[in-house]
Design a protein around this ligand. Structure first.
Ligand SMILES: *Cc1c(COP(=O)(O)O)cnc(C)c1O
Length: 357
């Protein structure tokens, strides 16, 4: 099988060697003559997977013992509810920056739990930029940000100085660049965009933030219960966590965040360079806020849509159709996408211009 150039927005491309090793472990894990899928999560072999994955997350973030790492079920979408449920007391208020559909969903859940203020938004321009210059209320229980807006192709390239704890949804750009993770008090990310297979959600939380809402907590929604259970209060999504471990090992082995940042920058430069150069395409976002993970662009001659679609499909390219809220195209350039896939797409765009401009 010659693999397609996979630009899918999520679930998304994984390193080929990770897929291969994961497939092998589904057949026979650690030479146990058993599948990874049919052993106890309490067995030593799986506990080792969980512990190594948690340790690697801390290592990549440069965190010590004040932070706890969890792999939970329910997707990033469950975190939209768990964050306010665990951090927002009845008499408190939460501050949210609305940068797109995912942030809006987080706001919706928070409003069901407590006082929630949207302190900045880019909704006026269909979320095609990152708001700046807003004031963060000093009495907020926390500030909620979305570092990368998967659907619109915007990304926060710097983060506000916050007087209150910062929570960040990093689902679509986690571990894509070097970053001062210490600026954040709670980070969450669904696995399926940049670190693994769908099923697990990574949550990294500063433990000192917890247990202060005065709320009687449902066990499964209580971070402290999951911390106490070492991320195994109930049966965790074992396969997804295993794929996360393999991907994190791949990242570390190749040079970690400094390495992947360089790779991702080269891919984004090639992609946006062509979008800006080519007369048949135009980018959709404010240039300074463009995402290195999801590049969104439109045809300047929409009548050529079918022609262009046939060309990239014929070139073995997959998954660049834009989200319905933006239209056009979206090339997702997640960590595991090689530069050669971007080059293949750029070649098609050049060829398309030669024939049809
Ligand atoms: C995909 C995505 C989500 C939703 O993730 P689920 O795991 O499907 O719940 C949330 N936030 C961002 C930024 C995303 O890209």
């Amino acid at each position: 099988m010659k693999k397609a150039h996979n630009f899918s927005a999520g679930p998304a491309i994984l390193p080929a060697e990770v897929i291969k090793e994961a497939a092998g472990s589904v057949l026979n894990f650690n030479n146990l003559n058993l599948s990874l899928l049919e052993i106890s999560h309490r067995s030593k072999d799986f506990i080792d997977v969980m512990e190594e994955a948690r340790a690697l997350v801390k290592e990549l973030m440069g965190f010590g013992n004040e932070y706890q790492v969890l792999f939970l079920g329910g997707g990033a979408s469950l975190q939209f509810a768990m964050v306010p449920y665990n951090l927002l007391p009845q008499n408190g208020s939460a501050a949210y920056v609305n940068t797109g559909v995912w942030a809006s969903k987080a706001i919706k859940e928070s409003k069901l739990i407590g006082n929630t203020n949207v302190i900045a938004s880019s909704e006026d321009k269909n979320f095609n930029y990152i708001p700046a210059g807003y004031t963060i209320p000093a009495d907020a229980s926390y500030l909620h940000l979305t570092s990368n807006n998967t659907i619109y192709g915007t990304q926060m390239h710097n983060f506000p100085h916050s007087p209150v704890p910062v929570v960040c949804d990093m689902s679509s750009d986690i571990f894509s660049r070097r970053m001062d993770f210490g600026k954040f008090d709670l980070i969450y990310a669904g696995a399926q965009k940049n670190i693994g297979a769908a099923g697990a959600t990574l949550v990294v939380v500063k433990e000192s933030l917890l247990g202060k809402t005065g709320r009687k907590m449902l066990s499964m929604l209580d971070y402290q219960v999951h911390i106490k259970g070492e991320s195994m209060y109930n049966t965790p999504p074992v396969f997804s966590i295993y794929v996360c471990l393999l991907t994190l090992k791949w990242l570390k082995k190749n040079g970690g965040l400094a390495w992947i940042e360089k790779v991702n920058k080269a891919k984004a430069d090639a992609m946006y360079g062509e979008i800006d150069r080519n007369s048949l395409f135009t980018g959709t976002c404010a240039k300074n806020d463009r995402s290195f993970m999801n590049a969104c662009f439109l045809l300047t001659k929409p009548e050529l849509e079918e022609t262009f679609n046939k060309m990239w499909k014929d070139a073995g390219i997959s998954g660049i159709k834009g989200h319905r809220d933006v239209g056009g195209y979206r090339a997702s350039l997640y960590n595991a996408l090689p530069l050669e896939s971007v080059n293949a797409l750029v070649e098609v765009m050049k060829e398309f211009e030669k024939k049809h401009a």
